[in-house]
Design a protein around this ligand. Structure first.
Ligand SMILES: Cc1ncc(COP(=O)(O)O)c(C=O)c1O
Length: 412
């Protein structure tokens, strides 16, 4: 059993940490690792040397890359590989899952789709655009209470009218982790489908998607999976839905044996692979080959333990040093309710984020008042957390954040 500290120190050395920064924004964009760079270069080399032959030959045949990445992702989400596919973007995957799982018109009273009112905007936009063309469906929201989602209120909102429940695994603002198993049991007991946006958990929090029995999930490849800007996303579709035809069909959702026969009739792949649409974005998938290898080498359970320790360290530092400056930690302190980042609120959050960046600490800001700090097990050290909070304390002490213009556009 390798020494854990040595393992994470070696892992950090695999990453390109931007010079002079304390990077705490891995939940927006994970850093480039040498293994991701290597696999991207291998794929580029395949293009250079094999041209069209790269689809079937070379170290990473492109024709099978989505399935190969699904196999590497499956242990992170607790699923069999055929229930996972790495494809498209997160938002496109949500559109695909809605179109697939809600293809049939609702009959009787079961017409409602329940969503968190504070869900990531792209999820809300996707859902609204889907429902716009479906007179049989309507959207019902459940709001956070005191900054957090109350699971009891969600359970209360699920009824015999609910057709689908769509929730985050980890809330992108507060960092709250929901109890996916309990929510799934309740939704399914009421006869509803349930799915999760796992963008802020996959790669940081282990999942048991098959065992929990969730109907579907989708997630980003560029956050904790370190796949690079716009990396291919992932989706999960439970086995009990594998007989469904994809709502948005395309030739890459074909059974591979038939795909190149160019038949006008669509023969879907077995499993989640059928939800692919067109030609995969190979160059946006290539870094994931190396980055997933790295994550699996360390193991998601070890990553989770380290992530909880790093976030506990941040929390302690905030409590110790920032108590007098008007901050509030909104991420739940219980590990079973906390994802991969720590969210703190402050009335001057946007200016504070700008001041932190000016001092080399990279957090991110979420309106109206949230500073998100995401230490990533694979490359953040405990001393980074301590130093970042010390810099924040100095910023608060000197009040230099007040010099930052709050109107100057939002930090992305
Ligand atoms: C929680 C969550 N859901 C969905 C998305 C949308 O992802 P994409 O823009 O890759 O479709 C994001 C993007 O940051 C996100 O954080």
């Amino acid at each position: 059993m390798p020494d854990t500290d040595a393992l994470f120190e070696a892992s950090r050395e695999q990453f390109y940490i931007p010079e002079g920064t304390l990077y705490l924004d891995g939940n927006s964009l994970g850093l480039l690792s040498k293994s991701a760079e290597r696999s991207l270069l291998e794929v580029l080399n395949q293009w250079r040397e094999l041209a069209i032959g790269g689809w079937t030959d070379g170290p990473h045949p492109w024709f099978f890359l989505a399935e190969k990445l699904a196999e590497a992702t499956a242990p992170l989400v607790g699923a069999s590989p055929d229930a996972v596919i790495v494809t498209n973007s997160t938002t496109v995957n949500l559109h695909q899952l809605l179109a697939t799982l809600l293809a049939e018109e609702s009959v009787g009273n079961r017409r409602e789709i329940l969503i968190d009112a504070g869900a990531f905007p792209s999820d809300i936009y996707a859902l609204h655009s889907f429902v716009r063309n479906r007179a049989d469906l309507s959207i019902v929201t459940v709001a956070a209470e005191g900054g957090l989602l109350n699971e009891a209120s969600i359970l209360e909102a699920i009824s015999e009218k609910t057709r689908m429940v769509l929730l985050p695994s980890v809330v992108y603002t507060s960092g709250q982790l929901l109890n996916m198993r309990a929510l799934t049991m309740a939704a399914q007991k009421a006869g509803a489908l349930i799915g999760f946006d796992c963008s802020h958990s996959v790669g940081a929090v282990p999942h048991e998607m098959d065992a929990d029995g969730i109907d579907f999930a989708f997630w980003c490849g560029y956050k904790y999976l370190n796949g690079g800007p716009g990396a291919a996303a992932g989706l999960y579709l439970n086995h009990r839905h594998h007989a469904l035809l994809p709502g948005l069909a395309g030739w890459f959702g074909s059974n591979k044996q038939n795909q190149l026969a160019m038949e006008p009739h669509f023969t879907p792949a077995q499993g989640a692979g059928a939800l692919q649409i067109g030609t995969p974005n190979i160059l946006s998938m290539a870094p994931l080959i190396g980055s997933l290898e790295e994550i699996n080498r360390i193991g998601i359970n070890r990553i989770r333990t380290r992530s909880l320790e790093l976030n506990a360290c941040l929390r302690n530092q905030v409590e110790l040093h920032l108590a007098n400056y008007g901050f509030q930690i909104i991420t739940p302190s219980q590990p079973q309710q906390a994802g991969g980042h720590t969210a703190i609120t402050h009335p001057h959050a946007i200016q504070i984020c700008r001041a932190l960046r000016a001092c080399g600490v990279v957090p991110d800001y979420r309106p109206p008042n949230i500073v998100r700090l995401a230490p990533v097990a694979l490359y953040t050290r405990f001393e980074d957390c301590i130093q970042a909070i010390e810099i924040l304390r100095e910023i608060m002490e000197s009040k230099c954040y007040l010099e930052q213009n709050p109107e100057r556009g939002l930090v992305p």
